[in-house]
Ligand binder design. Structure first.
Ligand code: 1GP
Length: 239
């Protein structure tokens, strides 16, 4: 089974590790794996260099029995040590660099240097707060109260042919993507739907998981309250 097929199966929990923030990334990875997470995303908006990324991914691979996937915030976050890459295009950026400019550069890097890396084309859609991802990518976030606009983006992503849509409220966002918005995007998009940003409780994770996205992501929690991860994972898998 390749990564895409794995992502399509049921509702999964993924843990985001940002090498710029997590000094003790192996400890976080171990915690997340013990809690039953189904995959690890590695990446961040700022401050990660290439050697660091490949070292962190290689180290995590030594303890992980689940896929380790790149979630690159920039061109320096590519390595073939991972099982795949979310090839992100920030659909609601106002700057073409984040929609297709960086991707043109990344495509050549991947084809030349990491041809074995599984590429998952992902429409990255910034919602609400947006966090650092929204700010850095010059996006115009979708208001929390407009699930219809999220659905329109998801529909466009479907017709364009993206393999995945990632609804992102931003790392550490005060409020996650509302379940109604996940529902609207789910109706519009038949392939891999990923939701993350600001999920801090089992309750919030459950409300999102009930809308049947394919992946629910938590990052900040794994750093700040790893003891809560078990509840979140349970809520995602048995909503
Ligand atoms: C950020 O969606 C992820 O890209 C995770 O967000 O850190 O708020 O869990 P949190």
């Amino acid at each position: 089974m390749n990564l895409y097929e794995y992502l399509l199966e049921g509702v999964k929990h993924f843990t985001l590790i940002d090498p710029d923030k997590s000094v003790d990334y192996l400890k976080i990875a171990r915690h997340a794996l013990e809690a039953g997470t189904d995959g690890i995303l590695v990446g961040g908006s700022l401050g990660i260099k290439e050697e660091q990324m490949s070292r962190v991914v290689r180290d995590i691979k030594t303890v992980a029995n689940v896929p380790v996937v790149l979630f690159p915030g920039s061109l320096t976050q590519l390595t073939d040590a991972a099982d795949g890459v979310l090839f992100l295009s920030v659909l609601n950026s106002l700057d073409p660099y984040f929609i297709v400019g960086a991707q043109v550069q990344a495509a050549v890097l991947i084809a030349k240097h990491y041809p074995g890396l599984e590429v998952i084309s992902t429409a990255y859609v910034i919602v609400g707060d947006g966090g650092a991802a929204g700010f850095v990518s010059m996006s115009k976030p979708i208001p929390y109260t407009r699930p219809d606009i999220a659905a329109a983006y998801a529909l466009a992503a479907n017709y364009i042919g993206f393999k995945a849509v990632y609804l992102e409220a931003g790392s550490g966002a005060p409020q996650p993507v509302p379940p109604e918005m996940v529902r609207a995007a789910r109706r519009a998009f038949p392939r891999v739907l990923i939701v993350g940003g600001g999920i801090r409780s089992g309750e919030a994770a459950r409300a999102i998981a009930r809308e049947r996205p394919n992946v629910v992501v938590t990052g900040t929690l794994a750093e700040e309250a790893p003891e809560k991860l078990g509840d979140i994972v349970k809520a995602v898998k048995r909503p």
